[in-house]
Design a protein. Structure first.
Length: 121
């Protein structure tokens, strides 16, 4: 019984060490960046954040007031330009990639940020 308890205790210690080292590897191998993305409302926020979550992106958060998107991604799996292209494909202009007319025209009317009378809501 004593041997059994020692074995379980050792397994727990090694598991904990393994989990902590893996967590450090993940955080050390990511890049955090911010860039401007055009949008107006909470529907835009949801669309932008979902569009940014391509393979390799761990986190995406768009701020409606500042129009800035913060993304955390793994550089071996994706890059900033690929993320911006994915967002533009969903109708939102970024600093480096403008949405096509076709993608922009698919946005709901309340999300059409290029209109001269467009307002945040």
């Amino acid at each position: 019984m004593k041997y059994f308890l020692k074995t379980i205790a050792l397994m727990l210690v090694f598991s904990t060490i393994s989990i902590v080292s893996n967590a450090q590897d993940v955080s050390d191998n990511t890049i955090t960046t911010e860039f401007k993305v055009s949008g107006l409302c909470n529907m835009c926020k949801e669309r932008i954040e979902n569009a940014a979550l391509i393979k390799g992106v761990k986190f995406a958060e768009w701020n409606k007031e500042t129009k800035m998107l913060m993304v955390v991604y793994k550089p071996g799996k994706t890059n900033e330009l690929a993320i911006q292209k994915a967002i533009a494909e969903h109708g939102h202009d970024t600093e480096k990639v403008k949405a096509t007319k076709e993608a922009y025209d698919k946005l709901p009317m309340c999300c059409e940020y290029r209109r001269s009378d467009a307002e945040d809501h």
